[in-house]
Design a protein around this ligand. Structure first.
Ligand SMILES: Nc1ncnc2c1ncn2[C@@H]1O[C@H](COP(=O)(O)OP(=O)(O)OP(=O)(O)O)[C@@H](O)[C@H]1O
Ligand SMILES: [Mg+2]
Length: 341
């Protein structure tokens, strides 16, 4: 295994290591071996490359799980210095119309390679779920027409937004959210490479509650927090920089909502929300998690969750936050009446 010399592997060329660069790009894996997680998928792709049998592919799954990184790293492994000439990367969200796609693909697939007589080219269609249905239907033909010397790789979040006819032309690989332990080692390397001081508790929060299986989010939070707190990243600072409610604040709010009078609970929630700058939807998500995991009579739980869902819906219309905060307290105080029935 290539587990040795991890920090070496993270060294990048000079222009890539400028401070201005987002860490998600600075630490984007450039070879398949650098990717953490999805070992089976990567193993299969490596074998297909080695046997020169790469099929059309559909990579799908939630954000920040390494789909784009996997296919670009595969292409770099496959083509080496010819990467630029052999790969066409199209972002379907920019060019939604099929004409653009068709023309670019046609031009790319038709150009002769001067240095090699054989070799299959690769077209990467990122964010393919943003393509219109018409464009997807047209793509069927395009894929068929150029199959002789071109492979297509569709990348998206939602496989069900890709028409079945395209899905059936592709080998599908699902990228699951990354488990905290899969990200841990790589995060450790990056923390060392950037000279960050950070304790275990902060790392656990970043990998768990805050990152939620999305490596891009993990790196963005880390970078933002390290700008605000260059000396040491603490557990609290991670939450405060990202505006995520601190678990201790959520606990305080929760206890107050369940026990205090309307006026006291209203004051507690409003105070914390205001001084910390919490957004109501973030609080609602955390409170809903709490309600779900607390032992309550089923009807009480059901009533509260329904109220919280209504509140979240209303909050998305940017109505008055003050009124919605009151409604949050009312939901709890009102539900308490049910409990004593
Ligand atoms: N499996 C992984 N191994 C190592 N780094 C990863 C992995 N997944 C994500 N990353 C990191 O997160 C960043 C974003 O990953 P990537 O662009 O591949 O995500 P994606 O799955 O294509 O997400 P989206 O669906 O939002 O496009 C990468 O630059 C890399 O730094
Ligand atoms: Mg992507």
């Amino acid at each position: 295994m290539e587990e040795t010399m991890p920090t070496k592997r993270l060294k990048r060329s000079k222009e890539e290591t400028t401070n201005a660069q987002p860490w998600v790009e600075k630490y984007r894996p450039s070879t398949l071996n650098e990717l953490v997680a999805h070992k089976e998928i990567i193993g299969v792709i490596k074998r297909l490359i080695a046997e020169d049998r790469l099929p059309h592919m559909l990579l799908y799954g939630p954000p920040g799980t390494g789909k784009t990184s996997t296919i670009t790293a595969a292409a770099k492994d496959m083509y080496g210095k010819n990467y630029g000439a052999m790969t066409l990367e199209l972002n379907a969200s920019d060019d939604r119309g099929i004409d653009v796609v068709r023309n670019q693909i046609k031009e790319f697939a038709a150009t002769r390679r001067l240095w090699a007589s054989s070799g299959t080219k690769l077209v990467i269609l990122d964010e393919a779920d943003m393509m219109t249905n018409d464009a997807q239907f047209a793509l069927r033909r395009v894929i068929e027409k150029y199959t002789a010397n071109t492979r297509f790789c569709l990348v998206c979040n939602y496989a069900n937004k890709i028409i079945p006819a395209l899905q059936s032309r592709c080998t599908k690989f699902r990228f699951a959210p990354l488990a905290p332990d899969q990200i841990r080692a790589r995060l450790g390397e990056i923390v060392r490479a950037e000279n960050i001081t950070m304790d275990e508790r902060a790392i656990d929060a970043l990998l768990g509650d805050l990152g939620r299986g999305d490596m891009r989010r993990v790196l963005n939070i880390l970078q933002a927090t390290s700008v605000a707190y260059p000396d040491r990243i603490s557990y609290d600072s991670l939450f405060l920089v990202t505006g995520n409610p601190l678990p201790s604040d959520v606990d305080a709010i929760y206890v107050s909502l369940l026990n205090d009078s309307f006026a006291t609970a209203r004051a507690t929630v409003a105070d914390l929300a205001k001084t910390r700058g919490y957004a109501l939807p973030d609080l609602l998500t955390r409170l809903a998690d709490k309600v779900l995991t607390t032992q309550f009579p089923p009807h009480f739980k059901a009533h509260l969750l329904e109220k919280l869902a209504d509140l979240e819906y209303r909050a998305s219309f940017a109505t008055s936050d003050n009124l919605q905060l009151s409604a949050l307290v009312a939901a709890f105080v009102g539900a308490r009446g049910l409990q004593s029935d």
